[in-house]
Design a binder for this molecule. Structure first.
Ligand SMILES: *Cc1c(COP(=O)(O)O)cnc(C)c1O
Length: 567
């Protein structure tokens, strides 16, 4: 075992002539469809980030919780009621246990942590280890043993305890593993913020901690930031909380994880330009930069496009800028690759749900966390109008997917509404809802539909990334101008917008947006798809050349290296 650990370290050391310098903390990391330790955008981004680090030989290690029962497995009954089942995975098939242990104190109890690892192998063979923290040890109390079982499960107390494991336990795990040269701790969202207190305990100097900490915030909504009443949090956290700093890092008698991370970080960023702006307004007095998210190019390009890119743009995997030259690919070849990906998706949907979808019909995709602000039901909110468009302008079919958080009643209602509409719309617009959205379904959908739809209420979408996956497969997006789309949308060239313009400060209005959504489909998008195929494929090509070449984690991580890590 010790040997294996040494191997991990040696592997990571081999190609850079140094030791890992950055530890990347994330409550969830989505690496592989078989490892269900992620719930959505945040986790996929973390996985994609570490994969690009491996491709670019960036000396980094990932830290997360084991989440041995995953987020949850989603079943849906005929009415669209969501049933949540534990999503256990065979840990030994995918992860390797290490001999090193760490321990922390929660509510005065010692909690021991064991550590599993997974190795990401980059394009050139460079290895980035990801460490999974696990408290399911016999010597721990029953309650503590469950702390790394459910991702985002349980109550407030469970959450805070998980954050102690991730933050404090994570910093100690890195030391237990013998990594002595880590000098940047990157917190992907505030869940790991308590790690700063452990660093402060060790270093005893605020500035020294700051030099080592980088914080990426992901939430443009004040209520979305984790916070805990001090009277509740203090006994949980114990003496790692420095009395002398209490007035600096607590606000209104609450320990706010975002504030804590802000206080102790020398570099802070939002995940799209607009989100940076909003974060600066939300947290005046801090310098908050913006680095726009991306997706890991080799992960999200479907097989038919892989073949096409290999033929015309060799080297695109290690250098996605290469995708700029997609402009020189013949339109017919783009279309053929697309139809390949589309048939794969339609076959899957027809086999599984018996909906009789057609390869040639205009197909809209919508898949993401089902929650009210993303308005999953905006497209079907006027079924009469939708049926009318399908009848008069051109056939339409819609494919949905997405989980609602177990406690998100609004999200669950939206799923039910989609199911209701599915029945009432009488087959005039075929609708399917794919169960248990995950990496595989995300890839199949973003590659296989004709149009990717995104309808978040401004300004609540920090970035969004699924539209970037679509762009990697030549699929244009129709979306409100929020998050990354403010930067990615060139009207009628990479896709289309809904609602207030880029330069307007307005929030979304459901009626206005609904109208514009239908109007654009009716007057621009569907006619272009059916009657002006040549120009439609031009748009597809622009998605690859203009958007995929930029909105990838390869570009993104280079910005982190320059702006956040090496200063
Ligand atoms: C990409 C992805 C997400 C994030 O999608 P957004 O559009 O950014 O919300 C969520 N879940 C899965 C499975 C994904 O692949």
């Amino acid at each position: 075992m010790q040997e294996e650990l040494q191997q991990v370290q040696q592997h990571s050391l081999e190609r850079l002539g140094g030791k890992p310098k950055i530890a990347y903390f994330s409550m969830e990391i989505g690496l592989d469809r078989h490892i269900p330790t992620y719930s959505g955008g945040l986790g996929i981004l973390a996985g994609d980030t570490l994969k690009s680090c491996a491709d670019l030989n960036v000396p980094i290690v990932g830290i997360t919780l084991l989440s041995e029962s995953g987020y949850f497995y989603q079943k849906l009954d005929e009415e669209g009621n969501q049933i949540e089942l534990p999503f256990n995975f065979n840990i030994n098939d995918f992860l390797t246990l290490l001999p090193s242990r760490a321990s922390i104190i929660i509510e005065g109890r010692t909690v021991n942590i064991r550590i599993w690892y997974y190795l990401i192998s980059g394009i050139g063979g460079y290895l980035v280890p990801v460490f999974f923290l696990d408290t399911n040890l016999e010597e721990n109390s029953e309650w503590d043993r469950e702390l790394t079982k459910y991702l985002y499960g349980g109550d407030e107390k469970y959450r805070l305890a998980q954050e102690i494991v991730l933050g404090v336990g994570g910093v100690r795990a890195i030391e237990a593993l013998g990594y002595s040269t880590i000098d940047k701790y990157h917190m992907n969202e505030g869940h790991a913020a308590l790690g700063t207190l452990e660093l402060y305990r060790q270093l005893g100097d605020i500035e020294k901690v700051r030099q080592q900490c980088v914080f990426t915030t992901h939430t443009p909504v004040a209520a979305g930031h984790d916070q805990f009443d001090l009277s509740f949090a203090m006994p949980m956290i114990g003496d790692i909380m420095p009395e002398s700093l209490l007035h600096e890092i607590t606000f209104e008698n609450k320990l706010n994880m975002t504030r804590l991370a802000l206080f102790f970080s020398h570099y802070v960023n939002g995940v799209a330009k607009k989100h940076g702006e909003i974060s600066r307004q939300m947290f005046p007095g801090y310098f908050i930069d913006a680095i726009t998210n991306g997706v890991h190019t080799p992960t999200w390009v479907s097989e038919p496009f892989e073949r096409l890119f290999d033929k015309h743009m060799p080297g695109w995997r290690s250098d996605p800028y290469t995708l700029r030259s997609a402009f020189s690919i013949k339109k017919q070849e783009i279309w053929d690759a697309h139809m390949n990906a589309k048939r794969h998706l339609i076959d899957f949907v027809n086999n599984r749900y018996n909906v009789g979808m057609n390869y040639d019909y205009f197909t809209i995709g919508f898949a993401r966390r089902q929650t009210a602000y993303k308005r999953p039901d905006l497209l079907i909110s006027d079924p009469g109008r939708l049926m009318n468009i399908a009848e008069k302008v051109g056939a339409v079919q819609i494919i949905y997917a997405g989980k609602a958080h177990p406690k998100d009643e609004g999200g669950k209602k939206a799923i039910k509404k989609i199911f209701d509409t599915m029945k009432n719309i009488d087959g005039k617009v075929k609708i399917a809802f794919i169960h248990n959205y995950d990496i595989t379904i995300g890839k199949m959908m973003t590659a296989g539909v004709d149009l990717w739809l995104n309808t978040p209420r401004r300004p609540k979408e920090a970035s969004g990334t699924s539209g970037m996956k679509a762009a990697h497969n030549g699929v244009p997006q129709l979306s409100t101008l929020d998050g990354w789309w403010i930067e990615g949308c060139i009207e009628n060239i990479t896709g289309w917008s809904i609602g207030p313009r880029k330069t307007q400060e307005k929030e979304s209005d459901d009626d206005v947006d609904r109208n514009e959504l239908y109007r654009k489909l009716e007057q621009w998008i569907i006619p272009k798809f059916y009657n002006d195929r040549d120009n439609w494929i031009r748009t597809m090509r622009s998605c690859i050349a203009i958007n995929a070449s930029f909105f990838n984690t390869n570009r993104m991580i280079q910005q982190y290296v320059l702006n956040a890590y090496f200063i």
